[in-house]
Design a protein around this ligand. Structure first.
Ligand SMILES: NC(=O)c1ccc[n+]([C@@H]2O[C@H](COP(=O)([O-])OP(=O)(O)OC[C@H]3O[C@@H](n4cnc5c(N)ncnc54)[C@H](OP(=O)(O)O)[C@@H]3O)[C@@H](O)[C@H]2O)c1
Length: 280
């Protein structure tokens, strides 16, 4: 057990998640399920007592759930920062007060740069910044991660294991994280808009809404899996189902006439610009 006071500190594989909200608890569930960490090695610091009560029902009793990082009676090897952007100063103060200092920190806080995180910490902890997306909540996210120059390959591999427990990962320079925000960060909302429109289309041609929903959700899931599992280019996959003069060609011609490609390209560009504006 971890929580005994005054005892010797735990071995150095301990992970502490600061912020046990939606994303913090999704990450906790993912890393426990995938065995990246054992329950005894995981602590979650969550400031809201109501939320702490919920967390105790979600995770095994061996996971240490506390309201105050200063009360942790174990050494912490690695920290995952999962608080809202407005809370980073207080969270970083607590992390910087740990003794010994953690050897690395992974941040999933949207829009907060590595420089800002390092100056909020005021101590020398290698930082990896990442941008996950909401499907991480069901283990099907995709995260980009950007290491600071102080990170070792081992730090980056550790962060990839953490984020890999809730989906796919890509490694990028920090300068691309606004583009990631505009593409895969906002991307689920673009796809939900497409989903809503397709369901309406189904209703227009006589299907009931629930049936149309089942057809659309599984079409989106199936198309993504077909792409990932065959490794084929989306243009080739589209051509395969577009017979000359057929139904798909008739449907696609409407989308092309309405400039759907340009609309999506503009959406990604505009969201990227907005992310850049919010981060400065
Ligand atoms: N949701 C997403 O899909 C998504 C995607 C990409 C990135 N992110 C980023 O992930 C971060 C977390 O998002 P979320 O949706 O999980 O938010 P959330 O559900 O609000 O979780 C944040 C939690 O951290 C707690 N907290 C705040 N300050 C703390 C402190 N000093 N010590 C310990 N706990 C503290 C908050 O409690 P209080 O309510 O008391 O403040 C809250 O329960 C955000 O920065 C967001 O930008 C989220």
């Amino acid at each position: 057990m971890l929580t005994s006071s005054g005892g010797s500190k735990q071995p150095s594989a301990n992970i502490c998640i600061v912020g046990g909200g939606k994303m913090g608890s999704a990450l906790a569930g993912g890393i426990l399920r995938s065995g990246v960490v054992s329950p005894e090695q995981l602590a979650i610091v969550e400031s809201m007592s109501d939320r702490r009560e919920v967390l105790t029902t979600l995770f095994p009793a061996e996971v240490l759930i506390t309201g105050d990082i200063v009360s942790l009676e174990r050494s912490v090897d690695s920290v995952i920062l999962a608080v809202k952007p407005a809370d980073i100063e207080s969270a970083c103060r607590g992390i910087a007060a740990l003794d010994p200092l953690p050897s690395r920190m992974l941040s999933i806080v949207a829009g907060i740069t590595i420089d800002r995180l390092q100056s909020s910490l005021r101590v020398d902890i290698p930082v990896i910044r990442s941008m996950p997306n909401t499907p991480a909540l069901v283990g099907a996210g995709v995260s980009a991660l950007a290491p600071s120059s102080k990170c070792t390959e081992e730090d980056i591999l550790w962060a990839e294991r953490i984020l890999g427990a809730v989906g796919a990962t890509v490694r990028l320079e920090e300068e691309y994280l606004d583009a990631v925000t505009g593409l895969s960060g906002s991307g689920p909302a673009y796809i939900f808009l497409v989903a809503e429109a397709l369901v309406e289309g189904g209703v227009l041609v006589g299907l009931d809404r629930a049936t149309a929903g089942t057809l659309v959700a599984n079409t989106i899931l199936g198309a993504a899996r077909l792409w990932l599992e065959t490794g084929e280019d989306p243009a080739a996959l589209r051509a395969q189902v577009t017979s000359p003069g057929g139904t798909t060609a008739a449907g696609l011609s409407v989308l092309e006439q309405r400039a759907i490609r340009a609309a999506f390209q503009d959406a990604v560009q505009k969201a990227t610009l907005r992310s850049r504006e919010l981060g400065h």
